[in-house]
Design a protein around this ligand. Sequence first.
Ligand code: BDR
Ligand code: CA
Length: 313
Amino acid sequence: MKPIPLILDCDPGHDDALAIILAAHNPALRLIGITTVSGNGGIKKVTLNARRVATLANLNLPIAEGSGKSILGAVEEATDIHGESALDGAELPEAKIELSELHAVDLIAKLLKESTEKVTIVATGPLTNVALFLKMYPQLKENVREIVFMGGSATRGNRTPYAEFNIWMDPEAADVVLRSGLPLTMCGLDVTHQALVTPEIFARLEKMGTQVSRTIIGLLKFFAKTYDEVFEIPDPPLHDPVAVALLIDRSVVRTKKVNVQVELIGSLTRGATVVDLHNRLGEQANCEVALELDFELFWKMMLEAIEKSAATK
Ligand code: BDR
Ligand code: CA
């Protein structure tokens, strides 16, 4: 099987960092670019984090900075979960990868134009860059194979009672993506809350004993602490890598194709994804929604990727 060309649009972020590591050296994937969007931290912070994590993963690829605010101009950070730097808990290497001069949206367009195959976009932050790309380069839509995004939920939220953080940060952008007509896969909280970093996973990381595994343990310990403080979940959910894992092996998740819309108006529910699991609205299905995770397979892939990262030094 030919590797899938992939652009990762992210806001690192602890789980985004692990998504980069998972996408970095898997033979099923060809990571051709990383773009950043503000979310877990301001745009400068998350861009620096992306460059440092890509350096840790020994990557050599274009990285471009994207939108620093939502389509309607909102800015917010998730310091309660990810800390002041948006990636607290470990010393990361100095960034060796230069920042592209292009805006993220233009880098996505350039990479799509240059690719001889259709490209998959994985978004693990707010969907601002992806929506802007679809609006600014409608002629390139046909070069997109699929958009896989971490965001939303078929049940409750985490940023508000009903809105998940990435969708809450830019509901209008999510709306553009959900109406795009492109093949979409949503990895919401339903499935990512099954990707828990359990004590047994920490033990397997400890056993690895590499510089990369030690850095990741530091990051995940911080993430576990904040998740416990904020949500009373001591084994934190490693959301973003699930969106990458399913491209490596679709059987890692069970999905259902249904209609998904985003609440833009609700006074208490803005940013909630309305996932019509039983087609009560009679609308056309527009999105594969991941609902169940194969925990063992997911962690097999993730731990192998961490091991490989160390070996590629
Ligand atoms: C999402 O929000 C961010 O804090 C995480 O990186 C993840 O993308 C989970 O709701
Ligand atoms: Ca993220």
